[in-house]
Ligand binder design. Structure first.
Ligand code: UDP
Ligand code: MG
Length: 316
């Protein structure tokens, strides 16, 4: 039997892209008949007609499976649901807006054939807005510095995973997910393939600034204790300053009693300063505690309304 390659496509309001994506994929897969294929579309609570479009495809093509979420759970969770449902010997995760060019997936497959378990597609260039490029750059630098695992620069979730890796990855059920960190964490033989990232074909990004910030925080806090360690360092530093301040205040009281009464400015500044630091500190702690809270609730990662799958589709 031929080996099976599974594609996972998270879909959030991609009505304008699905047809083109499917057509491109179909042509590509028909040219390469060395493998069997399945395409798993995870509809992440789209508010447009993406679902209808997907179900039409599913009816005519047994290689298509549609997982329909009961609401929007976010990109990382959508990909996770895909990973939970694939059967493939290799699994390819791709964006559905044509930013990850489908033909590149075969470059990934080639590396897999050479024996790599994880092949990530690394952006040689990207055609996104200036804002996105700058924020992405800052984020990856920060992550590089802070994270406890090595997460390759300029990679998104566009990557190929061997089924062995998927099996390990599926054991990680944490809620605030940062998949590419997890992939680095599990190890195995990893390599990258360079590609040029295209523009989004149609529609608009599902990652506005607010979501990008949340995503960045998930990446940083999920894979780094540095913010908490920084708090301690900050605490030492502030204590040192306070100590100097105290010596100064006492010295002034004895040496220059005539000018010590108007110490009001000093008091106000120090109170504000310490107050600010405390709030920041509490915020960082709160962020970790919030994560503990979410994990302790142990809610399911996602709710599926239905899985639309042909009974002819291959079980791995
Ligand atoms: N996506 C999703 N759920 C969301 C947001 C996005 O499944 O809540 C999907 C989206 O359909 C696309 C991929 O995740 O296939 C990447 O999203 P997008 O292109 O909007 O992000 P960007 O490329 O701008 O970072
Ligand atoms: Mg995109």
């Amino acid at each position: 039997m031929k080996k099976l390659i599974s594609y996972i496509f998270p879909i959030y309001n991609e009505y304008g892209n699905i047809d083109h994506l499917y057509k491109t994929m179909k042509e590509l897969l028909n040219q390469n008949n060395k493998y069997d294929y399945e395409m798993i579309f995870v509809n992440d609570g789209s508010q447009d007609n993406s679902l209808e479009k997907l179900l039409q495809l599913q009816k005519v093509d047994e290689r298509v499976t549609v997982i329909n979420f009961a609401r929007n759970f976010g990109h990382q969770v959508a990909v996770t649901a895909g990973l939970d449902h694939v059967n493939g010997d290799a699994v390819i995760i791709m964006d559905s807006d044509m930013q990850d060019p489908p033909h590149v997936s075969f470059d990934l497959v080639k590396k897999w054939e050479e024996g790599y378990d994880v092949v990530y597609a690394q952006r040689r260039s990207r055609r996104d807005s200036i804002l996105k490029r700058i924020t992405a750059n800052v984020f990856y630098r920060l992550l590089d510095k802070l994270a406890d695992v090595d997460i390759p620069r300029n990679t998104g979730d566009f990557r190929l995973l061997d089924r062995r890796v998927v099996k390990q990855l599926n054991k990680f059920r944490e809620h605030n997910r940062f998949l590419r960190g997890l992939v680095s964490y599990v190890g195995f033989k990893q390599t990258g393939v360079l590609f040029d990232r295209d523009k989004r074909l149609s529609g608009k990004t599902g990652y506005p600034l607010k979501r990008m910030v949340k995503f960045a925080i998930d990446g940083l806090l999920g894979f780094s204790w540095t913010p908490i360690r920084l708090i301690t360092k900050l605490g030492y530093f502030i204590s040192l300053l306070s100590f100097i301040g105290i010596i100064y205040a006492i010295a002034m009281k004895f040496l220059r009693p005539d000018v010590t009464v108007p110490g009001w400015t000093f008091i106000v500044i120090s109170i504000l300063f310490i107050g600010g630091i405390q709030l920041v500190t509490l915020g960082v702690l709160g962020n970790y505690i919030g994560r503990i809270y979410t994990e302790s609730q142990n809610r399911p990662l996602y709710i599926i309304e239905n899985v639309y799958r042909s009974n002819k589709s291959r079980k791995g």
